[in-house]
Design a binder for this molecule. Structure first.
Ligand SMILES: Nc1ncnc2c1ncn2[C@@H]1O[C@H](COP(=O)(O)OP(=O)(O)O)[C@@H](O)[C@H]1O
Ligand SMILES: [Mg+2]
Length: 454
């Protein structure tokens, strides 16, 4: 009997849909626990941006609580609208038609779900907007056991109310993850983990913490290091502002990528020196000292070394379409092959050069036998300025080294003698300083032994 065309196409179909177990395994295998938690904070921060497009986040907060048994994160950042929850927020991956928030940190539509599965086997999301409230409560083991047909991949609202009138200040989202996985329980009891999470949060969200946004971990506020560069009468950080049209970057119309670059000097720190890269306000690379930014031969640049521990570079990439930014899906590094990054990297290298030249001269000045040290002075008299307050583009400015004094090449001599003897010599010579004692005794020797005139 001949097959109909639909029977034929049924027969030729091969099932390639993933199983839930495999999917969860693949989704969570590469993400660190701390990074997965920061993904949830990113979502709150994106919520804050939707709520306050002007960028003043005073009064907005994220509170994270964790112990060996539970994980909870709560925010007052606007909540998840019901239609967003139904059609997008709980889907694995962002559907093409879903409109992202312009300039958001979220982009791929995986963060929140990945975190649930990374942490535990039961999660509850309660979210309140100005006109709705819902709860999604998922027992992951039941969900896994439910079967693999497409409708069994769905989650369900366990409570849903719409048409409400709720004050803006009472909106927000609470997420709880229970039945933590064994390795998560172990990790959550480590003090070391908590302090690492604090450090990572304070770095990742330095920009928003600067604008009065509050993040706490088990009730303790996360502090941050502001992004600062030294300025003084003699030193000015380099600042460049650029906009790259999407046509040039990806060959089709779209929002431009705006870039701000700052390079200069700051507090000397071997560990903190280097380049810092932010995408839509989120730090993705910290104190980079490798060829991912500007260092090493590959860029015809020196390797990072202690002489450069004063160096700081800050790069801010912003775009309404996060897909054009050079970040990786885990937001832990830069996509060095992206066209935008390649273009900007060249600028970063050019901005780094004069700062390194200054720092190299500073080292020479330190080891030279000179009385005036204008380079060192320019650093010790400088004050730290928030980079965000620098708005006028200009090149890096720093004092030039004092030219070597004219005349023969000089050599310093150093030796120690008993104080009483040196003091006696000083009185006999009728001079004030021990330096002069040294010089005069040398001249005396030369006059008598080498027959030189004074
Ligand atoms: N705390 C929150 N406040 C408001 N909206 C949220 C929050 N958490 C998640 N969402 C919504 O859920 C969506 C999905 O989050 P996620 O899975 O992290 O993907 P992405 O952030 O890449 O869009 C977000 O885009 C946002 O619309
Ligand atoms: Mg996200």
């Amino acid at each position: 009997m001949a097959l109909t065309s639909s029977q034929k196409s049924q027969q030729t179909l091969i099932n390639a849909s993933p199983t839930k177990e495999f999917f969860i395994h693949m989704l969570t295998r590469d993400i660190l626990i701390s990074r997965a938690i920061i993904d949830l904070v990113d979502n709150s921060v994106d919520g804050a941006r939707r709520l306050r497009p002007t960028g003043n986040y005073d009064g907005l907060w994220v509170r994270i609580e964790l112990d060996a048994k539970h994980f909870r994160i709560a925010d007052n950042c606007g909540g998840i609208p019901v239609d967003v929850a139904r059609d997008y927020a709980f889907r694995f991956g962002r559907p093409k038609e879903a409109q992202g928030t312009p300039g958001s940190m979220g982009q791929f539509g995986v963060g929140m779900k990945r975190t649930f599965f990374r942490l535990g086997r039961h999660f509850v999301v309660r979210s309140t907007t100005e006109d709705s409230r819902f709860t999604v409560d998922v027992d992951v083991d039941e969900w896994l056991a439910d079967g693999e047909s497409p409708e069994n991949w769905h989650f369900k609202f366990s409570a849903l109310e719409t048409g409400l009138h709720i004050k803006k200040k009472d909106t927000g989202t609470i997420i709880e993850v229970n039945r933590l996985l064994p390795n998560v329980m172990d990790t959550f009891t480590l003090e070391n983990f908590k302090s690492r999470l604090v450090a990572e949060l304070s770095h990742a969200h330095a920009l928003i913490l600067d604008r009065e946004f509050s993040i706490t971990l088990n009730g303790i506020p996360i502090k941050h290091d502001p992004q600062q560069l030294f300025t003084s009468r003699e030193i000015k950080p380099g600042y460049v502002e650029k906009s790259y049209p999407s046509e040039v970057l990806v060959g089709k119309p779209g929002p431009p990528v705006r870039v701000k670059l700052y390079a200069g000097v700051s507090e000397r720190s071997l560990h903190d020196g280097g380049w810092y890269i932010f995408c839509n306000g989120r730090l993705i690379l910290r104190a980079d000292q490798t060829d991912s930014t500007v260092w090493n031969e590959r860029h015809q640049m020196p390797a990072y070394r202690p002489d450069f521990a004063y160096f700081r570079g800050y790069a801010y990439f912003d775009c309404d379409d996060g897909a054009l930014l050079p970040w990786t899906t885990t937001k832990t590094g830069v996509d060095v092959d992206s066209p935008i990054y390649k273009a900007v990297q060249r600028e970063m290298i050019e901005m780094t050069r004069p700062v390194l030249a200054f720092l190299t001269n500073l080292v020479k000045e330190k080891s030279a036998a000179v009385a005036v040290r204008p380079l060192e002075r320019s650093i010790t008299t400088a004050s730290a300025t928030q980079v965000q307050t620098i708005t006028k583009p200009h090149p890096f400015v720093a004092p030039l080294p004092t030219p070597a004094p004219a005349g023969p090449k000089m050599q310093k001599i150093q030796y120690s003698k008993p104080v009483a003897e040196v003091e006696k010599a000083r009185q006999l010579l009728k001079v004030k300083s021990f330096t002069t004692v040294g010089e005069k005794t040398f001249e005396y020797f030369m006059r008598y032994e080498a027959g030189e005139d004074e």
